[in-house]
Design a protein around this ligand. Sequence first.
Ligand code: MN3
Length: 224
Amino acid sequence: MKVKLIILLLLVMNTNQEIFAQFVQAPLPYAYNALEPAIDAQTMEIHYTKHHAAYVANLNAGLKAEGKESHTDLLKILSNISGYSAAVRNNGGGHYNHDLFWSVLTTDKSKQQSAVVFQAIEKTFGSMDNFKAEFLKAAATRFGSGWAWLVVTADKKLVVCSNPNQDNPLMDIAEVKGTPILGVDVWEHAYYLKYQNKRADYLSAFWDIINWQEVERRYEEAMK
Ligand code: MN3
C-alpha cells in the first residue's frame, strides 16, 4: 500500500514538472569546441549549460509564478512583454536571444555566404563595410550588458539597433521593433574567459563565424 502511494506521488510530481517545463532548451547545434578559436569550448559550455539553461528554467518559473503556465508561444509572450513580470521579460528574452545566437554561428565556410542578404545589406547600408562598421559599433558601444541586432522592420526595412539586458526588438517595449535576423551577445559572460575586457577583439572574431545562410533563412521568413 505504502509503495503504491509513493509511486502515485512520484507520478504526480513528474506530471507537474512536465507542466511547469513548457519551455525546453534545444540541443546546441554543434560541439562546444566547434567555434574555436573564435569562441573557446569552456566559454561555450558555460554559456549554454549555465546561462542559457538558467534563462529557460527561470522563464518557466516566472510564468508559473504569474499563473501563466499555459502561455507557450514565446513570440506571443515577447510581443506582449509589457504585460508580464520582469522575470519573464529577462528570461524569455534570454531564451529567445540565445537560441537565435547559437543558430547564426558557424565555422563552416560554405555557410558564411549569402548573395540575398549581402545584396540587401549593400542596398540599405551602401556597402558591407558600412554595415559591418555600424553593426559592430552598436555592439561595442552598448553600455553594460546587452545585444546588437540586424532587424527586419514591419515595413520590410533592414536596420541596426541594440538593446540592454535580454531585451530584443520583438518586445512591445523596444524602441526599434522588428524581427531580429542576426544578433550578437555582448554580455561579458559571452567573451570574458578568452578576451577579458577586450570586447572589440571578441566582436571581430564573431564577425568571421557568422552563419549567413541562417541569417538568409531568417531574412526570407521575415520578408514574407
Ligand atoms: Mn549570453
